[in-house]
Design a protein around this ligand. Structure first.
Ligand code: GN1
Ligand code: MG
Length: 382
């Protein structure tokens, strides 16, 4: 399987080939003599990203879509184009300055939007948002508030786009019951020689089976619209010197979905100061970051939520945390075909962190419930 390192699923070590391929892709978009440097960039779990520096000093982001995850890159590109154009229009209409909410653009290539490599993978070139930085984890309340505010703006700007116009590039992406069925099939084919960590994950899943339908059962009463699909901490760009968020990137998963999918996923990422790669046993959900995030989100987009949405915020955070743990664990059992790993067992380690986080959310459910009630009542977003 290209890009995931074949049978073991470990990322291939020599970057030489990847860089050669990146250079070939870059020259589909740019004249070869304009390119000064290409270097690996970021740490996404799916795609391969490179920073291209031009002799003029300009910079671009070059990205290879992982064909094992995105078999239909044309649809992904169509969605990204449609959403970025819509966001731009709505940003103007809402009087938001471009510098406050920056939106990426795609560069056209010589004969189309993307370059097809010999292995079938698709490459595209995008703007690099200069003077920005990512944070690996959130530790300060102010930063959490900024993440909430920015996702709120994204939801508000996307709220008037007809979800029917977007392709469902990853069908059932947040359909947790579907992930559980897939897990059951994979787990049934295992030889049953479980170590303690595998047994822990199996038990963590079995204990929570009943909750996987919590959003699906209420779907008709929940806000459905275009969502981001992957609002984790590292997809928000902060300005270089301050704590202000200036962009929400990685639009490959923009899709019709529930606002609660995004809210749950954003909070499970933001309120875990240990990070997704932290040590299991040391993971805890931070209620003060949760409060700040909601204080940022509600005034920006809280009005989009129904009362039914509001009462399920904690259920959604728990569900998205559990879902990601389930996805990591299933991929570990299945030979790491989906999420890239840097060392054997990394997906198991990632799963343990999410299951620890789920437990921490459950233990604090009462506190979190009162935080939702206090912030929702106080916020002008209602
Ligand atoms: C993947 O591509 P990246 O690293 O931004 C995944 C998300 C997970 C995330 C967890 C298309 O995102 O759903 O929440 O890893 N993206 C896809 O880190 O599956
Ligand atoms: Mg992504």
């Amino acid at each position: 399987m290209p890009g995931t390192g074949g049978e073991t699923g470990i990322i291939p070590a020599p970057p030489g080939n990847a860089l050669k391929e990146a250079l070939r892709a870059a020259t589909f978009f740019l004249a070869g003599h304009d390119i000064a440097r290409i270097q690996p960039f970021g740490a996404g779990n799916i795609n391969d990203t490179f920073l291209v520096t031009l002799h003029s000093g300009g910079q671009r982001i070059l990205q290879r879509l992982n064909p094992a995850v995105f078999p239909e890159p044309v649809l992904v590109m169509d969605n990204v184009r449609l959403v970025t154009e819509h966001l731009r229009q709505e940003r103007n209409r809402n009087g938001i300055a471009p510098a406050q909410f920056r939106i990426i653009s795609l560069f056209p290539g010589r004969t189309g939007d993307f370059y097809r490599a010999a292995d079938g993978s698709a490459w595209r070139l995008m703007t690099f948002i200069a003077d920005s930085r990512t944070c690996q984890v959130i530790r300060r309340e102010k930063q959490a508030g900024e993440l909430g505010r920015t996702l709120g703006i994204f939801h508000r700007l996307a709220s008037r786009l007809d979800p029917g116009r977007l392709a469902e590039t990853l069908p059932g992406f947040h359909l947790t019951p579907r992930y559980l069925q897939h897990y059951d099939r994979i787990a049934a084919s295992q030889d049953g020689k479980d170590g303690a960590e595998i047994a822990f994950c199996r038990a963590a899943i079995d204990q929570r089976r009943a909750m996987v339908t919590v959003l699906e059962e209420a779907r008709g009463q929940l806000r459905h619209q275009v969502i981001h699909g992957d609002p984790k901490v590292t997809n928000f760009l902060f300005d270089r010197d301050g704590d202000r968020v200036i962009s929400l990137i990685d639009l490959d998963t923009v899709m019709p979905g529930l606002l609660l999918h995004d809210i749950g996923d954003a909070l499970r990422s933001c309120c875990n100061p240990g990070g997704e790669t932290g040590r299991s046993g040391q993971t805890a959900f931070a209620p003060e970051l949760f409060r700040s995030w909601l204080r940022g989100y509600f005034p920006a987009a809280g009005f989009l939520l129904t009362d039914e949405d509001r009462t399920r915020i904690i259920a959604a955070v728990l569900l998205m945390t559990f879902e990601l743990g389930l996805r990591f664990f299933t991929d570990h059992l299945d030979g790491n075909r989906y999420f890239k790993i840097r060392f054997p067992g990394q997906n198991l380690q990632r799963a343990l962190v999410q299951f620890d986080l789920a437990k921490s959310i459950e233990q604090q459910a009462g506190t979190l419930e009162s935080i939702v009630n206090d912030t929702a009542a106080a916020g002008p977003g209602r």
